[in-house]
Write a protein that binds this ligand. Structure first.
Ligand SMILES: Nc1ncnc2c1ncn2[C@@H]1O[C@H](COP(=O)(O)OP(=O)(O)OP(=O)(O)O)[C@@H](O)[C@H]1O
Ligand SMILES: [Mg+2]
Length: 241
C-alpha cells in the first residue's frame, strides 16, 4: 500500500532530536572560530601600539562570547538529551564524600565551610552514578553561587527515609546563602529561568529531569536572606510490610 504524501506541518521528527542535531552542527564551526580567535590573540598580544591594544581587546570579546555560546549549547544538549539510565549498585555516601572532596578547595577559597553528614545506615542501591553526580553538582554549584559574596556553610547530608511504603535515599544540599522568595521558588525548575549572571537556567531543569527519570523528586525549602535546602529523594527498594 502506498504511503500518504506528507504535507507541510506533518511532524514525525522528534523536535528534541532535531534541536540536538542542530546544536551539534553549530558546535563545530564555533570551535573553529574559537581556535582562530585564540591564534590571532596570540599573534597580537605582544604589540605595543594603540591599534594592537584595540585589536587584542576586541579579540578577547570574541573569544569570551564564543565561549559563552559554547556553554549555552553544552547546557542545552545536557538538558535535551535522552538519558539511557546506566543503573549500578552504588553508594550515595561515597558519591557525597567524593563531591565534598572535589568542591572543598574551591569552597575554602570563597570562605565557604563544607560539612559532610553521612547516614551510616544508608546502603548501596541502584542508580546511575554519573547522572546523579551531575544532579548534585548542579545543586552544589548553585549553593556556592548563593554564598559567593559573604561565604557561609555548605552542608552535604545523606539519610534514609520511609514514605508511602517505599524506602528513599535522600541527598541534601543546604546553604546559608541569599535564599529565595516564594515567587522565585515557584519558577526555579523552569528551563532558562536564571537570576545569575552567566547562568543558562538549565541546571535545575536538568537535575529535575534526571531525578524524575530515576523515579525520584526534588524538594526545596528556602528563606530569603537565610539560605536554602534542596532534598533529592531517590527510591530504594519497596518496603515489605
Ligand atoms: N541554592 C540557591 N540559592 C539561591 N538561589 C538559587 C539556588 N539554587 C538556584 N537558585 C536560583 O534558581 C535559578 C535557576 O538555577 P539553575 O541552576 O537552573 O540555573 P543557573 O544556576 O542560573 O544557571 P546554570 O544553567 O548555569 O546552572 C538561579 O539563577 C537562582 O536564581
Ligand atoms: Mg545552576
Amino acid at each position: 500500500m502506498s504511503q500518504q504524501p506528507k504535507r507541510a506541518g506533518d511532524w514525525d521528527v522528534d523536535v528534541a532530536v532535531l534541536a540536538g542535531s542542530l546544536v551539534h552542527e553549530i558546535k563545530n564551526p564555533l570551535s573553529t572560530l574559537n581556535i582562530n580567535a585564540q591564534l590571532l590573540l596570540e599573534d597580537w598580544k605582544d604589540g605595543t601600539g594603540p591599534k594592537e591594544a584595540r585589536t587584542v581587546k576586541r579579540l578577547k570579546v570574541i573569544v569570551s562570547e564564543v565561549e559563552r555560546l559554547e556553554r549555552i549549547l553544552q547546557s542545552f544538549l545536557r538538558f535535551t538529551e535522552r538519558h539511557e539510565l546506566s543503573l549500578k549498585l552504588a553508594s550515595l555516601n561515597d558519591l557525597f564524600q567524593e563531591l565534598a572532596e572535589f568542591i572543598e578547595p574551591e569552597a575554602s577559597r570563597a570562605s565557604i565551610q563544607v560539612r559532610l553528614g553521612l547516614d551510616s545506615n544508608l546502603q548501596s542501591f541502584s542508580f546511575d552514578p554519573d547522572l546523579i553526580r551531575q544532579v548534585f553538582l548542579n545543586l552544589i554549584l548553585n549553593a556556592k553561587s548563593a554564598m559567593e559574596e559573604k561565604g557561609g556553610e555548605l552542608i552535604l547530608r545523606t539519610r534514609r527515609i520511609e514514605r508511602g511504603g517505599h524506602s528513599w535515599a535522600v541527598g541534601e544540599v543546604i546553604d546559608t546563602g541569599h535564599g529565595m522568595s516564594r515567587q522565585l521558588c515557584d519558577r526555579l525548575f523552569h528551563p532558562y529561568f536564571s537570576t545569575r549572571k552567566g547562568g543558562t537556567g538549565l541546571g535545575l531543569a536538568t537535575s529535575k529531569r534526571i531525578t524524575e527519570e530515576h523515579g525520584g523528586r526534588i524538594e526545596v525549602e528556602s528563606q530569603e536572606g537565610t539560605g536554602s535546602q534542596f532534598s533529592v529523594l531517590l527510591p530504594m527498594e519497596v518496603t515489605r510490610s
